[in-house]
Ligand binder design. Structure first.
Ligand code: SOE
Length: 381
């Protein structure tokens, strides 16, 4: 399967690593070939191609999606470009591996899904945390009925990379490019997992907050890896929120909370969730991503308590392909799991999630959150 990657910054690196590693660690029915990478800056994209082993490069994504020697288009650019690229790629008959958040709004998401279906191409949306072994284990435990009826979902995604008011106005802080702040970037992950682990959401009430409303204008090129440099051209308005809080009702009767912020000083990329049910409970913390905390309400009285399961044993999802038990894995491995599953899904014609259908639902919920915050009322989804 010949890959064409669009974008070569933070996610471009994570995806390149994944395509390279997947056939080495997973028994794939077809080997990904790193055919071409695309970026606007020729000097930089050429260097990237050489460093990461991409056979060729392009500087125009429209040329890239039409290339007959490419089977899969991997979209690793900001979300304002996903719609146009995905539609063109689907029309050109390419399968699509797309970074999150899927799109700028639900009508874009709906059309992306429709055009993929009409053209018979496969689509995968990279909410990579579903493929953290400990999270896949949480799913298994819930499906086995060990949590029972779920009452609560409680989730927080906390970062601190923009708390300094002199951090420049990078693309993530501009509405035209990012659509929203942590509501889109971080809560998209959280909502995807809530749908996966708990179930459908029926209503949303939300609150958004901006703490710093003006920032130095950034250099246009951006430097990737959540960094940016000021251009020296003065200040401009921040057009997205810095923090987003949501409360939801699930269709199965559970209730849930989401806290997504870039203003939690000291928290670099802390993603935690807690699930409380009639038979047991589960908690997860991305900063300890190989572990799952599991509470069994049926344990003998006097011996009840959360236990730490180290999700690195051979019978835990994905990890048997890596190292012996206890030899932990990290962030980048989730991308390897994702591309491996995608290659298998295409080759063996298996279903795969999350996909554009899931993404459309996620975007509808995030949108309802923005609407709820601006109208100050609960919104039915
Ligand atoms: C930045 O907030 C970011 O890189 C997200 O865009 C990713 O999806 C998340 O995995 C880590 O944080």
């Amino acid at each position: 399967m010949r890959i064409g990657l669009i974008g070569y910054k933070f996610m471009g690196r994570a995806h390149s690593n994944a395509w390279k590693k997947a056939p080495l660690f997973f028994n794939l029915p077809s080997t990904p070939v790193l055919k071409a990478v695309c970026g606007r800056n020729e000097e930089q994209v050429k260097k990237f191609a050489q460093q990461w082993g991409w056979e060729t490069y392009e500087t125009n994504w429209r040329i890239m999606v039409e290339r007959p020697d490419i089977d899969i288009i991997d979209i690793a650019v900001p979300q304002n470009l996903h719609y146009e690229i995905a539609i063109a790629a689907a029309k050109a008959g390419k399968h699509i591996f797309c970074e999150k958040p899927m799109a700028m709004d639900s009508s874009q998401a709906e059309e992306m899904l429709r055009v993929c279906e009409e053209n018979g191409v496969r689509h995968y949306l990279n909410h990579n945390y579903r493929r953290v072994p400990a999270i896949a284990l949480a799913k298994r435990i819930i499906e086995e009925g060990k949590v029972g009826q779920i009452y609560h979902w409680r989730c927080a995604y906390q970062q601190d990379w923009i708390t300094d008011p002199s951090f420049p106005l990078s693309w993530q802080l501009q509405k035209e490019v990012a659509k929203a702040g942590p509501q889109w970037d971080l809560n998209s992950h959280c909502v995807d997992l809530a749908l996966h682990l708990i179930g459908d959401i029926s209503s949303v009430s939300a609150m958004m907050k901006s703490f710093v409303t003006e920032r130095p204008i950034a250099q246009e090129s951006g430097s990737g890896n959540l960094k940016a440099e000021a251009s020296g051209q003065g200040m401009a308005k921040v057009t997205v929120e810095d923090a987003a809080l949501m409360h939801v009702r699930f269709k199965n009767g559970a209730i849930g909370s989401f806290e997504a912020t870039r203003f939690a000083n000291g928290r670099k990329n802390r993603f935690t969730f807690e699930i409380y049910g009639s038979q047991g409970s589960i908690t997860f913390d991305l900063e300890r991503m190989n572990e799952l905390q599991v509470y069994d309400h049926m344990d003998e009285s006097g011996y009840k308590g959360f236990k730490t399961v180290l999700a690195t044993e051979e019978n835990h999802p994905y990890v048997g392909n890596w190292w012996p038990a206890g030899h932990i894995i990290g962030y980048e491995h989730t991308f390897v799991h994702a591309v491996s599953d995608f290659v298998k899904a295409i080759h063996d014609q298996l279903p795969i999630e999350p996909n554009f259908e899931t993404g459309k639902t996620v975007i509808q919920i995030l949108e309802a959150g923005l609407q709820s915050a601006s109208e100050k009322r609960e919104i039915e989804v």
